[in-house]
Design a protein. Structure first.
Length: 255
């Protein structure tokens, strides 16, 4: 493949920009907005993070490879499971898989309202479905892509029926090479081990589930975004992505 070419956007029926031949790097954030996120105030940190991500992606100083190669989707779960319309931002949602992803340069921050329970299993099924659909749509155009990466973030255990089946499916999804799942625990220290145990069911990554330091959702989401952005630059002919281990230690506790 020649160097990446971007041009003016032209989207097909699957929502793929056919004038962008860069190596796509899909990122799906699966974010808890259950009632406990309101009780702790963590939802405000998450909303702040979304605004910072929008500023980063829309900053003309951000590498153009990042702005066109990173494709973002967000699924949130609380009183229901929502796929957010990131072309519109705010409270807008979408029911069409073709509009679940947005090129980073068009990202508009969603706004989360926390309430309800923790239907984590349904949220992960939604994330895997839209990831598979995006991989199919990009592949059908003969365009290059990396495997999707899902980041699942929660402060509690799943409450929906069938979540264990969804967790089993998530592990099988990873073993088949369809994508990656990373998990992150937050919230009440008294419930932390139960939360970590539940999240561990969704990933094949060895080792303990990390917990968020100092409830710093804003910093963590920015870190994830920038890490994926570095990978996008490398995938499109730029320098090798730096190791994320040290930066991760600023936000995550593996003990």
């Amino acid at each position: 493949m020649d160097g990446p070419s971007f041009g003016d956007a032209q989207f097909n029926e699957d929502g793929v920009n056919i004038r962008n031949n860069s190596m796509r790097v899909p990122l799906i954030l699966v974010i808890d907005r259950s009632g406990s996120m309101a009780a702790t105030g963590d939802i405000h940190s998450v909303n702040d993070a979304m605004m910072r991500v929008e500023s980063f992606f829309q900053d003309p100083g951000t590498d153009e490879k990042v702005r066109v190669a990173v494709e973002v989707a967000i699924v949130s779960f609380g009183d229901n499971v929502l796929t957010h319309d990131l072309n519109s931002g705010g409270s807008a949602t979408t029911s069409a898989d073709s509009t679940a992803f947005v090129e980073a340069r068009y990202f508009k921050a969603p706004v989360f309202v926390a309430n309800g329970m923790t239907p984590m299993g349904e949220a992960m099924r939604t994330a895997m479905r839209i990831a598979d659909d995006r991989s199919r749509a990009i592949g059908a155009m003969g365009l290059p892509r990396k495997r999707p990466i899902i980041w699942l973030m929660s402060d509690g255990e799943a409450t929906d029926n069938g979540w264990k089946d969804a967790a089993t499916d998530a592990k099988e999804w990873q073993r088949k090479g369809k994508g990656f799942v990373r998990v992150l625990a937050s919230g009440d220290e008294a419930q932390m081990q139960a939360t970590r145990n539940a999240l561990k069911e969704f990933t094949i990554v060895d080792g303990p589930v990390p917990k968020l330091k100092d409830a710093n959702f804003s910093g963590l989401i920015e870190f994830v975004t920038r890490m994926v952005s570095d990978q996008a630059i490398e995938a499109n002919g730029g320098p090798a992505a730096p190791s994320a281990n040290q930066a991760a230690a600023d936000y995550l506790d593996f003990s």
